[in-house]
Write a protein that binds this ligand. Structure first.
Ligand SMILES: [Cu+2]
Length: 114
């Protein structure tokens, strides 16, 4: 009776060792996925509040900007090229890309969201 019990205990330990061995080998693909290069910057939704061509600035009520880790808000951006302001006006729904440049946030691309 006592022998049977220690045999089954040994079997359980053997099975558990086999299980944790599998779990360890399955962690490697997960690490590989996390090391992949980040995707290109996503477009962010926004609504134009104000266009200031003189100062190359634009006020946008924007959704979450994932690449800048910024929640939705209304704020002023600089624009990379003044030409970007020619195709939008206050009230337009847009999709845009923004990047941080020094202490400023700069819109690098903008397009009407139809
Ligand atoms: Cu913002």
């Amino acid at each position: 009776m006592k022998t049977m019990k220690s045999l089954s205990t040994a079997l359980v330990i053997f099975l558990m060792a086999g299980f944790s061995g599998n779990a360890l080998s399955e962690e490697k693909p997960v690490d590989a996925v996390m090391q992949q290069a980040p995707a290109s910057i996503e477009m962010t939704d926004g609504v134009i509040r104000k266009v200031d061509k003189t100062n190359s600035k634009i006020t946008i009520k924007h959704g979450e900007i994932k690449n800048l880790d910024m929640p939705g808000m209304t704020m002023v951006f600089q624009v990379k090229h003044p030409d970007l302001l020619d195709k939008v006006q206050a009230g337009d729904k847009v999709k845009f890309r923004a990047e941080k440049s020094g202490s400023a946030f700069v819109v690098t691309d903008i397009q009407l969201d139809k």
